[in-house]
Design a protein around this ligand. Structure first.
Ligand SMILES: Nc1nc2c(c(=O)[nH]1)N[C@H]1C(S)=C(S)[C@@H](COP(=O)(O)OP(=O)(O)OC[C@H]3O[C@@H](n4cnc5c(=O)[nH]c(N)nc54)[C@H](O)[C@@H]3O)O[C@H]1N2
Ligand SMILES: Nc1nc2c(c(=O)[nH]1)N[C@H]1C(S)=C(S)[C@@H](COP(=O)(O)OP(=O)(O)OC[C@H]3O[C@@H](n4cnc5c(=O)[nH]c(N)nc54)[C@H](O)[C@@H]3O)O[C@H]1N2
Ligand SMILES: [Mo]
Length: 758
């Protein structure tokens, strides 16, 4: 029987059979489906939907009423399109296209055609171009560093990861810096068919692979892998790894053959480790003081990794922190010293379980996507420098060894992302956000992103459009059938940009004179050509559409990261200046940066537990288990997980006791950048001195003072780059203080948004 499906970033669901009320069900072929996705259909029809276009009152009146604190006036589609196109034309004429910023970072929805950012790019490229953003909040430090040290882009490296089927056979020990939180592998950008990470880990467990979890949070390791837990102070992994390198050197147990044959710069690095560069030697004692791990535990860890065939696994979170380049560089250096890179007996991994698919065996097929056309404007910023750009038009800054200049932004267009979710130091962003003349946003719900716009176009959800889920890293292809009617007057991004392009005189170029179905058909035809190149025969669009899904042939091959290079390092040299793994990078040396040296180095983070000030707790704001960032905060599971409508704060029993806190108490969490409310959850799974508040609560400020009422940790995090090499975000470097909520907050009345409560 044919069924109808919907593919999302968090998994694939079937349309339920109930005729009267549409509902979602699990796809039976996915053995580990994501629970929170079931309620997508209710969230898509809740009363927080933006039902028609709106214009901010103060923007219409040309007075300086603050963005994000204003009221909105409902207008017709016609009027909104007129306002937006007039404004775009005005800014283009007066200042030029460079002054339009459409970095528009964010995850949007999973379909290949309706991908919001691709639609926006195509539209603005036809309009003459825009200033854009570069790299991702997820792993910008890695994206900048990896080409220097292993000569591969981050994506090449991720696709080359040693597959679970190989890893589980020969590797004896996986040392996980930052764990492998299974909750994160619920999702994958572009969509998931069957969830596979748990199976990969189970295979390892079955074959006797042992795990050690080095992390401030025990639950970063799924309980069934029975990992040995080592608590570590956040942001100090580099120091621990350096001390392991120290022990390998002084005991002469590192793999010299590997170091000589496959790496450059070890001697220089060795001097640093041994303290011959006017520094303290990186002894276990030195590392113990930094990491908070007892010296003997470090020595024991050394004894195990030197004996067992070991994989050094690093989470992406390690590099979303002050000097985030260092733990990754040092992890690769440590794995080089152990000598298993290029074999199934170990090596290193980066982001196993950060998303689904890392460690799967797949043929990456170059699936087609919406042609975005060319951007004539070259100006861009590293993605997390947005506040800095708005505050300092024309200012120069360093990035990857180059001096660059911020564009002078007059208009922002955002579709499919939420800076009031993803950016750090939101109070600072709110101020900088006042500077442009106009902000246009396509958004689905009345979240803080919509609240900070001047012109709001109501976008539809994935459930309201037809699309194809075609993810190059996933072997399942899904026909996304529209399941519910458009809510209110909402439209797809494609329709919004079609209307704008009509007004602006390039409708035909934008649409190709195609409707939605014709675009899908055309993408499918190209997909068939690409599949054929991989000896896969895809059926006609009609057959596929009626069947609802396709599974690509299973790949049994075992993949081993960097295998070709290890077999023949001369013929398959890496794309680095030396052709080898660069423990010392001469290129980075020429940049002469204070905050990134030519070899991995321990830098003190700008805030950390080794240098406490009046804020004595390290805040980890990790990914939420029951939603995707801010998406589906308004669905059942996320709401259920809240404590008195606030995001939970996980705190160690000793820290709770010191502050007289009980489970379910409401607390103020604060530092010099901001203050928020949260609900207490006491647990000895988090180490003393560390608190955890997952991201995703919709930012909702209180009018009278800087107070975020639902627990969005980004009012506390710092808008400070990892280093001047990468200019990447550093959300995981934040100190805070926690105290019982003052009674004066019991009945907050002058709330700005509230969302009561979702
Ligand atoms: N403190 C802290 N902050 C972090 C992180 C952290 O670890 N700690 N992690 C960072 C990381 S790794 C990331 S990737 C970012 C994620 O940040 P974002 O990707 O910006 O977060 P989302 O909530 O997924 O935002 C997507 C928005 O697009 C809207 N949307 C969905 N589908 C569509 C569509 O089809 N069309 C349109 N127009 N809109 C749509 C949704 O309603 C939502 O508001 O957050 C970053 N922020
Ligand atoms: N359910 C769900 N899954 C998601 C997402 C989501 O929103 N929801 N978002 C997705 C996205 S966009 C991304 S980029 C990935 C991110 O994947 P990651 O970056 O791996 O995810 P995080 O949850 O930020 O961090 C994982 C753990 O790292 C630990 N950690 C933090 N700092 C340190 C440190 O300095 N040292 C050590 N040793 N450990 C540390 C924390 O305890 C934290 O729980 O997740 C993806 N998966
Ligand atoms: Mo991310």
């Amino acid at each position: 029987m044919s069924k109808k499906f919907i593919g999302t970033h968090w998994g694939t669901y079937t349309h339920g059979n109930k005729k009267s009320k549409p509902k979602l069900g699990y796809w039976t072929k996915d053995l580990n489906p994501t629970k929170f996705g079931l309620d997508f259909i209710n969230a898509a029809q809740d009363n927080l939907r933006i039902s028609q276009p709106y214009i901010r009152k103060g923007w219409l009146e040309k007075n300086k009423t603050l963005r994000g604190r204003d009221t909105f006036i409902p207008v017709s589609w016609d009027k909104a399109i007129r306002y937006a196109s007039t404004e775009l034309t005005k800014v283009k004429k007066k200042y030029g296209n460079e002054c339009i910023y459409a970095g528009s970072y964010g995850w949007a929805s999973a379909g290949r055609f309706h991908h919001a950012k691709s639609q926006l790019n195509r539209f603005l490229n036809l309009f003459g171009g825009f200033s854009h953003s570069f790299q991702s909040y997820s792993y910008a430090a890695a994206q900048t560093l990896l080409p220097h040290i292993i000569g591969k882009s981050l994506y090449e490296l991720l696709d080359d990861h040693t597959s679970w089927n190989a890893l589980s056979k020969k590797t004896e020990l996986v040392v996980m810096f930052g764990g492998m939180p299974l909750k994160n592998s619920q999702i994958s950008s572009g969509g998931v068919g069957k969830h596979s990470t748990k199976k990969g880990l189970e295979e390892c467990k079955k074959n006797g692979v042992k795990f050690i979890n080095i992390s401030p949070l025990k639950t970063d390791a799924p309980s069934f892998i029975k990992a040995k837990q080592i608590f570590i102070r956040p942001n100090t992994d580099t120091a621990l790894m350096l001390s392991l390198a120290y022990l390998l050197i002084v005991n002469d147990t590192y793999n010299k053959n590997f170091i000589n044959k496959y790496t450059v710069g070890f001697d220089e690095f060795k001097k640093y480790v041994l303290g011959k560069k006017k520094n303290k030697p990186c002894t276990p004692k030195w590392a113990s003081r930094i990491t908070g791990i007892p010296e003997e535990n470090i020595i024991n860890l050394y004894k195990i990794i030197v004996k067992k065939r070991t994989l050094i696994s690093m989470s992406w979170s390690l590099q979303r922190a002050s000097h985030g380049e260092q733990p990754l560089w040092m992890g690769i250096t440590l794995a080089s010293m152990l000598g298993h890179i290029g074999k199934s007996s170990g090596g290193f991994g980066f982001g196993y379980s950060a998303v689904n698919s890392t460690g799967d065996s797949f043929n990456k097929i170059k699936w087609p996507s919406l042609p975005q056309l060319k951007n004539k404007i070259k100006s861009f910023i590293p993605v997390a420098r947005i506040t800095d750009m708005l505050n300092n038009p024309g200012k120069s800054f360093l990035y990857d060894g180059k001096k660059m200049k911020y564009p002078k932004i007059k208009l922002i267009y955002w579709a499919g992302g939420n800076p009031f979710h993803h950016h750090q130091d939101l109070n600072k962003l709110v101020k900088a956000w006042q500077k442009p003349e106009t902000i246009i946003v396509n958004e689905i719900w009345w979240n803080s992103q919509a609240r900070h716009a001047d012109i709001i176009f109501p976008a539809s959800t994935a459930l309201e459009k037809n699309d194809i889920m075609l993810n190059p890293r996933d072997p399942t292809i899904i026909a996304n059938h529209k399941i519910i009617k458009n809510v209110g007057e909402s439209k797809s991004d494609y329709e919004i940009f079609s209307e704008l392009s009509k007004k602006l005189g390039f409708h035909k170029k934008f649409t190709n004179s195609f409707n939605e179905k014709q675009w899908l058909g055309s993408l499918w035809d190209q997909a068939r050509i690409e599949a054929k190149k991989n000896n896969i025969k895809l059926p006609s669009f009609k057959t596929f559409w009626n069947k609802g899904y396709l599974e690509l042939p299973k790949i049994k091959r075992e993949n081993i990261m960097l295998k070709d290079f290890i077999i023949n390092p001369k013929k398959n040299r890496l794309n680095t200046p030396s052709g080898k793994i660069e423990i010392v990078s001469k290129t980075i040396k020429t940049f002469k940066l204070k905050d990134c040296k030519e070899y991995p180095f321990w830098f003190e983070p700008y805030e950390w537990l080794g240098n406490k000030n009046k804020f004595t707790l390290h805040l980890i704001s990790n990914q939420p288990e029951h939603k995707l960032h801010g998406q589906l905060d308004n669905a059942y599971l996320s709401k259920k997980n809240k404590i008195k409508k606030k995001e939970p704060i996980i705190i160690n029993p000793l820290d709770a006791k010191k502050r007289g806190l009980k489970n379910n108490d409401l607390v103020e969490v604060f530092n010099k950048r901001g203050k928020m409310l949260a609900g207490v959850k006491i647990s000895n799974k988090v180490m003393e001195g560390v608190v955890v508040v997952s991201t995703g609560s919709w930012f909702s400020p209180y009018k009278k003072e800087q107070l975020e009422i639902h627990g969005n940790p980004n009012v506390l995090t710092g808008d400070i780059p990892t280093s001047s090499l990468s200019q990447a975000p550093s959300a995981h470097t934040t100190l805070v203080e926690v105290k019982k909520m003052s009674k004066k907050y019991n009945n907050l009345k002058t709330l700005l948004y509230d969302f009561s409560h979702l």
